[in-house]
Design a binder for this molecule. Structure first.
Ligand code: HEC
Length: 483
């Protein structure tokens, strides 16, 4: 998780609205006028270096460079607009509700957003160059090495799709490449997998799913990537089981064309747990969770039908028949999708003012600013992974907007139905799940309660966010259960 730079306290209301409100009329406006205006060298460069330069660098994904004062100043107004709307940096989760502790969070804090806005409104001053932080030395630049290498060391296995020619014009294309898999000599557990396209490939990429089909054995997707999502990394206790034996590796690809022909190559790097140290928990890779009213096995998505100048909301409820832990979520809705969330209803009844009647529930995570160009996987921090008991109802919700309010709704005069192209509707939540035995659940629950107790002894601003299921919170509070 990123550190905050300034120390204004977080205000828990809608980020964009609150930022605008505070800056124009709120108490923070008065406060920031009293203190000196932020300068590039002192206040803005650290943010740009830490966040924007992951992409807005030579050879990076960003459409222009943001590497020094002149470049950043040139785009100051657009930067102001994009941080206020939370379109940049690309992190589209609602920061005001649900779990906020993620491994791959690149969002700006409220204070950083306020600093950027105050800086632009003060005329984007450079300040004293002596304040400039040194450029980080070991900066990872996309395409030069593996992003996970700094955390995990060199990968154990590398595979490569070979050349994939992509045309300049036409409808979307779905190339499919199958190559032999170099068999493992014993069962191994995957800690992480990273996918890398060429820069041109990433511009056109819709998704990129790599499947391992083992001969005569359970097979499945190994890693999935989409625009901006490049890896799956599990917590230190979790991995995907890959059995020994021969098989085939399949790349299922989807590109939306953009006017230039190119040849893409898709490389995949795999990191395994040591042979004698398998992880405690197994996970699925991004299980393709359908949010519609049809049961698995039936044609999917038949009920997606978004009227012209209208909206559609779809839900899907799953009642857990065993305990689970969610490792990550990744909404996938195509261009008309604007929000997707996951909520729980706990399997207990709770006393409220009407008696023992309420079924308490809560939001786990809400991606309320979805942008189809960014297929971010929200990967929960280890102690924040939702741990859910048997009987919990998980509710997934998709919201589509086919009105002029959605800049990505290509033609609001048209009906939109289910389909595979980005202009068609789709309603999936990709979730990576560990299925747990009751015993594993109980152990994890007690571990979490212990972590929560430890965190509570720390000053508030240093505490990790710990996720406890409702029964865990009750145990932590030493409150007697009411049910
Ligand atoms: C993960 C890569 C990535 C990161 C991190 C990132 N950008 Fe971007 N940025 C892009 C890409 C790609 C585009 C063009 C496509 C788009 O707008 O989604 C873009 C577009 C923009 C635009 C133009 C948007 C518009 O329509 O006016 C601005 C301004 C911008 N970025 C500023 C920033 C700033 C400021 C930061 C850091 C706080 C940042 N970006 C971080 C990749 C990134």
């Amino acid at each position: 998780m990123r550190k905050t730079l300034l120390t204004t306290p977080w205000i828990g209301t809608c980020l964009a609205a609150a930022a605008a409100m505070l800056f124009v009329a709120g108490p923070a406006a008065a406060q920031s006028m009293a203190t000196a205006a932020p300068t590039y060298s002192k206040d803005i460069a650290p943010i740009v270096q830490d966040v924007c330069m992951r992409c807005h660098v030579e050879g990076g994904l960003g459409p222009f460079l943001l590497t020094n004062y002149q470049e950043v100043r040139r785009y100051a107004q657009r930067i102001r607009q994009s941080v206020l709307q939370r379109s940049m940096p690309p992190w589209h989760l609602d920061p005001t509700i649900g779990i906020q502790a993620f491994n791959n969070d690149i969002s700006l804090s409220r204070e950083e957003v306020d600093a950027v806005i105050a800086w632009v409104d003060a005329g984007a001053p450079e300040g004293d160059r002596a304040d400039l932080p040194p450029l980080p030395e070991a900066r990872w630049t996309w395409g030069e090495s593996w992003e996970l290498e700094s955390r995990l060391g060199p990968p154990d296995v590398l595979v490569n799709s070979g050349p994939i020619p992509i045309p300049a014009e036409g409808q979307d294309v779905w190339p499919d490449v199958t190559l032999p898999w170099q068999a493992l000599d014993e069962t191994r557990y995957l800690r992480a997998a990273e996918i890398r396209n060429t820069v041109s490939g990433r511009r056109a990429l819709h998704h990129n799913n790599v499947r391992l089909n083992l001969e005569g054995q359970p097979s499945g997707r190994m890693v999935g990537a989409g625009a901006s999502k490049t890896y799956d990394l599990f917590a230190e206790d979790t991995g995907i089981r890959l059995d020994a034996g021969p098989g085939q590796l399949n790349w299922g690809l989807h590109y939306a064309l953009y006017g230039e022909a190119f040849v893409d190559t898709v490389e995949v790097a795999l990191w395994f747990y040591p042979k004698d140290e398998p992880p405690l928990y197994e996970s699925t890779v991004e299980y393709h969770h359908l949010i519609d009213q049809y049961t698995p096995g039936e044609p999917r998505g038949r009920d997606i039908l978004i009227p012209p100048h209208g909206t559609q909301t779809m839900t899907r409820v799953v009642v857990l028949d065993e305990p689970i832990m969610i490792n990550s979520i990744r909404p996938h809705m195509h261009l008309h999708g604007v929000g997707q969330s996951v909520e729980v209803i706990w399997p207990v009844r709770e006393r409220d003012y009407l008696g023992h009647t309420a079924s308490p529930g809560e939001m786990l995570s809400s991606v309320n600013n979805y942008d189809h160009n960014w297929q971010t996987s929200y990967s929960y921090q280890e102690q924040a992974r939702p741990l859910l008991p048997k009987g919990t109802a998980l509710m997934f919700r998709t919201h589509f907007d086919n009105t002029a309010n959605n800049p990505l709704a290509v033609d609001p005069d048209q009906w939109v139905a289910f389909g595979a192209r980005s202009v068609d509707g789709m309603s999936h939540m990709h979730t990576a799940i560990s299925y747990l035995s009751q015993e594993q659940y109980e152990t994890l629950l007690q571990e979490r309660i212990k972590i929560a107790q430890e965190e509570l002894t720390k000053p508030e601003e240093e505490r990790l966010e710990v996720f406890l299921p409702l029964e865990g919170r009750r145990q932590l509070d030493r409150r007697p259960a009411l049910d």
